[in-house]
Design a binder for this molecule. Structure first.
Ligand code: PLP
Length: 444
């Protein structure tokens, strides 16, 4: 185990670590020295309530004893085997995952995370259909590898666009900033579906292998689709022989108050991708749950793809412990109740109080507040793809008071561990309330 001091860790980080998605020279990463449950500690001894779950993955909180023990026991028994061999951790993880996925998605292909899960889901859909195009939505995030970032519909795609990956973007529903001038959920649903139908017709249905969408888009704003939208997409896919890939990397494994967010719509996709919450991110793991029909495509024909660490025993042992704990402790029910009893009512109260809050939305332990400088015009408090002094002030005031929130452009996302208690959730929401008051009064 490393025994560097926190200051030395910082110094070496700045000297040698090249960080994701960032200009390197100006970085000032927080050194996390300790973490437990819903809290982390920085190198100055400050305790912060982690409303980010890091990158929305520590679903059972930090240092969960059951997961830690499972990893230790697996390491002591069998640290690793290549994907070609069977082992009990991987077999049991696959069985448990399949017991919760919807419909007949009972075959599990393991990856190391979410981006590669999406890459493989698309590859399977392409080989199954013999078609090449893939449709995905603007305002989405599907990962940082080449195809996944091309599927992504946020500014991170701009610098990475190769223009030759067969990806086509369309508008998903988002009533607050409707691309269709809709004013009700029903209008938004109908117009978004009519738009998608037109995109399919103009792209050529016979060229489209798959539609990839987040069941609830996460990083792009936790936008709950209007009732009936996902059923409508399923129907369009069925009509045209297009595979539906549900990206549940962020929304899955209880975050949205169901095992998988797509259950809210009672839709069964052809492929479902997962990562993060599958094992609370303790060891990298992701995967694709595959329908029987797609599985049959590869029953007698080799699947041309794989990864050295696919279904790594340490990661799978962590998944088994995570899923068993979720079952035993009724974590999904707890997450759903936190949404209806704590986050929903408290955030609506905050919205009534703070002029900057244009909208709050979410479900389970998956919430966003959309910040605007003007409620009438809905002018974002920070531009798309950018930030603003007001947002920076809210974040600084939050962390000074002991809250670590997740911010993206003009939004703050509230995505703590699913194991958070109601009292801890209120503690974080109270800090956010104070931070909004302080930042707003400083800007006047
Ligand atoms: N898909 C969604 C919906 C995500 O939120 C993410 C990551 O945030 C990914 C895919 C990419 O996952 P990973 O970073 O594990 O590759």
């Amino acid at each position: 185990m490393s025994d560097l001091t926190a200051d030395r860790a910082y110094e070496l980080d700045r000297k040698h670590v090249f960080h994701s998605w960032s200009a390197q020279a100006s970085l000032d990463p927080m050194v996390i020295t300790k973490a437990e449950g819903s809290y982390i500690w920085d190198r100055y001894g400050n305790r912060l309530l982690d409303f980010t779950s890091q990158l929305v993955f520590t679903n059972l909180g930090h240092q969960h004893p059951r997961i830690v023990k499972a990893i230790q026991e697996q390491a002591a028994t069998l640290c690793t085997v290549a994907p070609a061999y069977a082992n009990s951790a991987r077999s049991e993880a696959a069985r448990l995952i399949a017991s919760h996925t919807p419909g007949d998605l009972n075959r599990i292909f393991f990856t190391n995370g979410g981006a590669d899960a999406n890459e493989h889901a698309v590859r399977m859909a392409r080989l199954h259909t013999g078609r090449h195009k893939v449709l995905s939505t603007y305002r989405s995030y599907h990962g940082g590898t080449q195809l996944a970032v091309n599927l992504t519909g946020d500014p991170r795609r701009w610098a990475n666009d190769t223009g030759s990956t067969g990806t086509v973007h369309f508008f998903g529903p988002f009533l607050y900033r409707s691309a269709f001038s809709a004013t009700t959920d029903e209008e938004e649903r109908e117009r978004a579906l009519a738009h998608l139908e037109q995109v399919i017709a103009l792209e050529g249905p016979g060229t489209i292998a798959a539609i990839v969408l987040e069941s609830i888009p996460g990083t792009a704003g936790i936008m709950i689709p209007p009732p009936g939208y996902l059923q409508g997409v399923r129907e369009l896919c069925d009509r045209h022989g297009i595979m539906l890939i549900a990206d549940e990397v962020m929304a899955g494994f209880g975050r949205a108050g169901k095992w998988f967010a797509i259950e809210h719509a009672e839709v069964v996709p052809d492929l479902l991708t997962f990562a993060k919450g599958v094992n609370s991110g303790y060891v990298p793991l992701g995967g694709v749950a595959i329908s029987e029909a797609i599985y049959q495509t590869f029953a007698d024909r080799p699947y041309p793809g794989g990864l050295t660490y696919s279904g790594h025993p340490l990661a799978c042992a962590a998944a088994v412990a995570t899923i068993e704990t979720m079952q035993d402790d009724r974590i999904v029910e707890h997450a759903a109740a936190l949404g209806t009893d704590v986050f929903g009512p408290a955030l609506r109260e905050l919205a009534a109080k703070h002029e900057w809050i244009g909208e709050v939305r979410g479900t389970g332990v998956f919430w966003a507040i959309e910040l605007v400088s003007n409620r009438e015009t809905r002018e974002p408090l920070a531009p798309y793809g950018g930030t603003s002094p007001q947002l920076a002030a809210i974040l600084a005031a939050s962390s000074r008071r002991g809250l670590l929130p997740f911010a993206n452009f003009n939004r703050i996302h509230l995505v703590p561990p699913l194991t958070i208690t109601a009292a801890e959730a209120h503690e974080g929401l109270d800090i956010l309330d104070q931070a909004l008051t302080e930042a707003a009064s400083a800007s006047h």
